[in-house]
Design a protein around this ligand. Structure first.
Ligand SMILES: O=C(O)[C@H]1NCC[C@@H]1O
Length: 350
């Protein structure tokens, strides 16, 4: 067999959202922090992201992670997150996948009943507590980076929808959030195509009309992802969300062709952004659990553990809990004569 690259990966999902974790075969990434290593991967090795996420090795719903040596002295491991159109500084489902892989495959020691560890994500240090029994993690909880709302009830003009009221908030990624009921969008998973089309139009309009920059890191801009939220329907939950990740560029002249994909989980950073918005409106207090359901009915539980400030914005420090499962061990190769070293996309499913 001829191959110019061999990447080892552990396939995992968190509450339904897949997060492939690359455990071996990566080139050395340079940088004095995991954020800088992420920038090095984006600038010099982006073909690995494309090769992993696109066909024939990937699919529109897939996210990925690379394990890297941490730079911060307090961190046990570092990880870079990569998605279809961006390298998010932080991600809830991907953090849970990474922790599950690190402990359940023995890369880091699992201590039962509780393993505490610290990860260095591009967004900063993430303190993690994993509840473990008989070699299996039964719950991952982590303290996220501070979340904050930048715009509440701002108006954007969206092609085909008219004036839409949106919130823009950071939960580890920059989200535009909108009330699905007010838009007349049914949040059930069967309506996924409509949800992603509407979400992509709102995201594109908001990024143009209300661009945001993280006050502590001007390299982080947005919004890049959409959270259409609705009232809870399942007992024991406090809200539900359908989060749309972009899978390609948005053409404002052809909004009907918008390509996006639903997060299969309730989205960890999206849950934290929603909690920041609720807190800013006086609707969620520290110590109160916020159980958020996603399109498969699975949940993430958030809780505000601290109030703080980020730049000029009042902010919250949220914890987030959920569970992950490993479903495969893979090796990916690249024949040097393969005409698609960075994979491909085809308009029927992308
Ligand atoms: O849980 C999250 O935060 C994420 N899931 C996929 C998109 C986001 O990174």
């Amino acid at each position: 067999m001829r191959t110019s690259r061999i990447l080892q990966a552990v396939e995992a999902h968190a509450e339904g959202e897949p997060g492939r974790v690359i455990t071996g075969g990566m080139p050395l990434l340079k940088g004095a922090s995991v954020f800088e290593k992420m920038q090095d991967m984006a600038a010099n090795h982006d073909e690995i992201r494309l090769m992993m996420l696109r066909e024939p090795r990937g699919n529109p719903g897939l996210c990925g992670n690379v394990l890297v040596p941490p730079c911060h002295p307090e961190a046990d491991a570092g990880f870079i997150i990569f998605e279809q159109t961006e390298y998010p500084p932080m991600s809830g489902s991907n953090t849970i996948c990474v922790v599950t892989v690190l402990l359940e495959t023995g890369i880091l020691p699992m201590i039962e009943p509780v393993t505490d560890l610290t990860l260095e994500a591009p967004a900063g240090l993430i303190r993690v507590r994993a509840e473990c029994r008989d070699g299996k993690i039964t719950q991952v909880s982590f303290r996220n980076v501070p979340a904050f709302a930048v715009h509440l009830d701002a108006k954007v003009e969206v092609t085909g929808l008219g004036t839409v009221a949106v919130d823009v908030a950071w939960g580890g990624m920059f989200f535009v959030l909108a009330n699905a009921d007010r838009l007349g969008v049914d949040l059930s998973a069967d309506n996924g195509k409509d949800i992603t089309r509407v979400s992509e139009a709102i995201r594109h309009a908001t990024a143009e009309q209300l661009p945001v920059i993280h006050p502590e890191n001007p390299a982080i801009t947005g919004p890049t992802i959409t959270n259409l939220w609705g009232a809870p329907i399942a007992e024991g939950t406090h809200g539900r969300g359908a989060i749309t990740l972009s899978t390609g560029p948005f053409d404002p002249d052809r909004p009907q062709d918008a390509s996006g994909i639903l997060d299969r989980s309730p989205c960890g950073t999206g849950t934290c952004a929603k909690m920041a918005v609720l807190h800013a409106r006086g609707l969620l207090a520290p110590g109160q659990d916020y159980v958020n359901a996603g399109p498969l009915g699975t949940t993430f539980t958030g809780c505000i553990v601290e109030e703080t400030k980020v730049g000029p914005y009042p902010a919250i420090v949220p914890t987030l809990s959920g569970q992950g499962w490993i479903y495969g061990l893979s090796s990916y190769t690249l024949d040097p004569s393969d005409p698609f070293p960075a994979g491909y996309t085809v308009g029927d499913m992308w």
